[in-house]
Unconditional design. Structure first.
Length: 326
């Protein structure tokens, strides 16, 4: 099984490891400036293979197993779905509403088994395109690295059309909803129009689109105080550039703090993973805004994707020998 997409992590923590990113304009330009060795979250060789998703028509309805699995996993899945509903509601964002609706109507619930993921509740939608897998402690026997060692909350695996949800990481409802909508946006994009998910450029462009969506959601919910957090990071980035004699706007420096103002806005985070995810949000939002302020309109979107590429390259997500995702 092709494992590379286990690396499609959300909640990219540890970005402080990146000292600075020189913003570049071409896909083949080396772009890491004095970066330290990034850590990969899920070392490829340690990730268990989930096998293939069983097509709907092959699903054996083993009633007792299905009932037991539903009893355990349905409440967990509902928690994520309800969190996404709250975010769609609070933000009033049309794309968030559409994404939520796509998942609520087209999501199939599944459980991991040795051979892959088995669907335990098919979708009423004949065109259902996404499988949702809430992981529980017991799944560590099959997917130990996903259940215990990943720093991610959730991830989308395009080759399985699946979203894996970690239920052993605590997070506040709103941030759970934001994470779920992030992965759901990937699922909806791929489900409605599949693309080459191993192509680095395409991968980075899709991430850019989803982060832009996420920035907008957090801003709508966090309001003025959140904008202050982003503005302060932008100012600090500019001050750093001046101090180091770099061209303002052409270098993004690594995140230096956790932005305590985020706790005032959203309440204290419930885990380190959540704290890190929120801080990364502010940092990426600031970086995107700096790019918007610095470059002509026709260059901005490409530069944002290239900026993300540096972060993913630092994590060893790309295979230099093939130039594609691992
Ligand atoms: Zn993503």
């Amino acid at each position: 099984m092709n494992r590379k997409n286990w690396m499609l992590l959300v909640g990219v923590s540890g970005l402080v490891l990146v000292l600075a990113v020189i913003l570049c304009s071409a896909w083949d330009t080396p772009s890491v400036h004095e970066g330290s060795q990034g850590q990969r979250y899920v070392p490829k060789e340690e990730v268990a293979s989930p096998g293939d998703v069983m097509p709907k028509e092959d699903v054996q309805v083993l009633t007792s197993v299905v009932e037991a699995e539903l009893k355990r996993r349905m409440p967990l899945y509902k928690e994520w779905l309800m969190a996404a509903a709250e975010v769609a509601d609070l933000s009033g964002d049309e794309e968030a509403k559409q994404t939520f609706y796509y998942m609520a109507t087209g999501g199939m619930l599944a459980a991991p088994v040795e051979q892959g993921f088995v669907v335990i509740r098919p979708s009423p939608e004949p065109e259902a395109t996404v499988v949702l897998v809430p992981l529980i402690e017991e799944d560590a026997k099959i997917l130990p690295n996903l259940v215990h060692h990943s720093h991610a909350f959730a991830l989308y695996l395009p080759e399985h059309r699946s979203i894996v949800l970690r239920t052993n990481v605590q997070a506040t409802k709103v941030w759970k909803g934001i994470v779920f909508l992030h992965e759901s946006a990937h699922a909806m994009a791929y489900g409605t129009k599949p693309y080459d998910h191993q192509d680095v450029k395409t991968f980075c462009e899709k991430e850019r689109d989803v982060h832009t969506f996420q920035n907008r959601l957090v801003e709508k919910i966090g309001g003025k105080r959140y904008r202050v957090a982003v503005a302060e990071e932008i100012e600090s980035q500019k001050a750093e550039a001046k101090k180091l004699g770099d061209v303002v706007g052409h270098v993004i420096y690594g995140r230096q703090q956790n932005y305590p103002i985020m706790d005032d806005i959203f309440g204290p985070p419930l885990s380190e993973v959540e704290a890190d995810f929120r801080a990364t949000q502010v940092w990426i939002h600031a970086a995107f805004t700096i790019i918007d302020e610095t470059f002509p309109a026709e260059e901005r979107e490409n530069r944002k994707a290239l900026f993300l590429k540096v972060l993913y390259a630092e994590r060893g997500m790309f295979d230099p020998s093939t130039g594609r995702l691992r």
